[in-house]
Design a binder for this molecule. Sequence first.
Ligand SMILES: C[S@@+](CC[C@H](N)C(=O)[O-])C[C@H]1O[C@@H](n2cnc3c(N)ncnc32)[C@H](O)[C@@H]1O
Length: 279
Amino acid sequence: MRTYTRSSFFDYLKLFKSQFKFSRYHANTAFYRYKNIKKKIFEEFKFDLTDKKILDIGCGQRYQYTYLFSKNNNVVGIDLDVILVKHDVRTCISIISKNGINRFLKTLFRALFLDRTYYKELERVAKTKKPREIKVFQMNAEEIKFHDNTFDFVLSILSFEHFKNVDKCVAEIKRVLKKGGKFYISIDLFSKMRGGHEINPSRPWNHLLDKNFKSDVFLNKLRLDDYKKIFLSHFQNVKFICSENPIARQLLTTEIKQELSDYTEMELVMNPLIVIGEK
Ligand SMILES: C[S@@+](CC[C@H](N)C(=O)[O-])C[C@H]1O[C@@H](n2cnc3c(N)ncnc32)[C@H](O)[C@@H]1O
């Protein structure tokens, strides 16, 4: 059996090839998620995400949710990385110095070869042009530089697993939310089948089975109950939504279950954990 080594150049090449092939699919998935977030928040709180002040935490290099919510709202995205919003020399230099040369090359490659198809498809499905001005700031989720009671809604998609101090981030979300403000957070738990963020895993749950596993990116490894405790210590009205990934369920053999018996079955076969709530 292959022992894990950090992702190679060829793993990245494979990733880009698949991203190229699936650019349209990824854009559609983002739009589907965006619609689902709006639907869920409306069903749960009768809260319409229109004309609201919104914060997108960990918006990412594609800032797709910042873009999509901007259609009908005033949205700000923040990310620990410098985001390539403006394609100018100054932004590139700032990305190299803050994010490092490897991440810069990844971002540049994606911007040059993948983003055109991706955004074109996003514009098509969302029936809205990519805004000329997108408000994205380089900022740590643990120290959000906005005043108390600023936002009606905070969202964070697949970023929490990368935060070092989740308790601090949740406290910050509570601080910047207005009274009655809502939040929607989705988290890829480390225990999930692909929770190691490995580009090309040699087997399902390789990151848990391989004792020498090292991730390319920081992952906090918090468990389901850790997240529950943290959110419940800050918010009274909070709901945790866990659903099963049928593919993971199929691949979870008796041997793997035995080897990973520290984890509950749900932790192993989960889709991203969804946490929604209000201040
Ligand atoms: C997997 S990406 C998700 C991006 C986007 N939300 C999406 O769904 O495509 C995670 C993002 O979280 C950001 N991030 C990690 N730690 C952070 C922190 N402490 N504060 C803000 N952003 C952070 C990373 O830079 C990265 O862009």
